[in-house]
Design a binder for this molecule. Structure first.
Ligand SMILES: [Zn+2]
Length: 153
């Protein structure tokens, strides 16, 4: 377990979508999500723990774009990665440049910044993990009760 002590932190949610999904995401309108794995990049100022625990519950009020996706029964969080500094947008930039991660919808998760998106479709899990580790992220949470085809992610 990675213990976050500093007040600002960035987290990565590794999300699996089990079937193709078309949902309305607030003002972004209808978004199509192909089945597969995704990463979502977010940050928290003071209450990372509470924020992450909130993500792990299905029933919650809709507040962020990611909530629309996570409330679906077809989605689940496989793992959470964290780093104790605010590198949300820099991380998004890395994955924007990376050929094995793909933008799904412009504006998703990036209403408060200038990034194209904070959500990416993952084509190569191993490569994604390698990049996260290189940036300095560590594994914070893993759902052991779910079957994960790649133990690294
Ligand atoms: Zn950003």
């Amino acid at each position: 377990m990675n213990i976050i002590k500093k007040s600002e932190a960035t987290y990565i949610l590794v999300i699996n979508i089990s079937e193709d999904l078309k949902i309305r995401v607030g003002q972004l309108g209808e978004v199509f999500f192909k089945e597969g794995d995704y990463i979502y990049i977010g940050s928290a100022k003071a209450c990372l723990e509470a924020r992450l625990q909130r993500y792990l519950r299905k029933e919650k009020r809709i507040f962020w774009h990611i909530d629309y996706l996570l409330r679906s029964e077809k989605t689940k969080i496989l793992r959470i990665w964290t780093i104790d500094k605010k590198v949300e947008c820099q991380t998004a930039e890395v994955f924007y440049q990376e050929p094995t991660t793909k933008i799904i919808k412009k504006g998703f998760g990036s209403s408060d910044c200038k990034c194209l998106t904070h959500l990416f479709f993952v084509k190569d899990k191993k490569k994604t993990v390698k990049i996260l580790k290189k940036i300095g992220f560590s594994a914070y949470y893993s759902f052991s009760k779910f079957k994960i085809d790649n133990p690294l992610l």
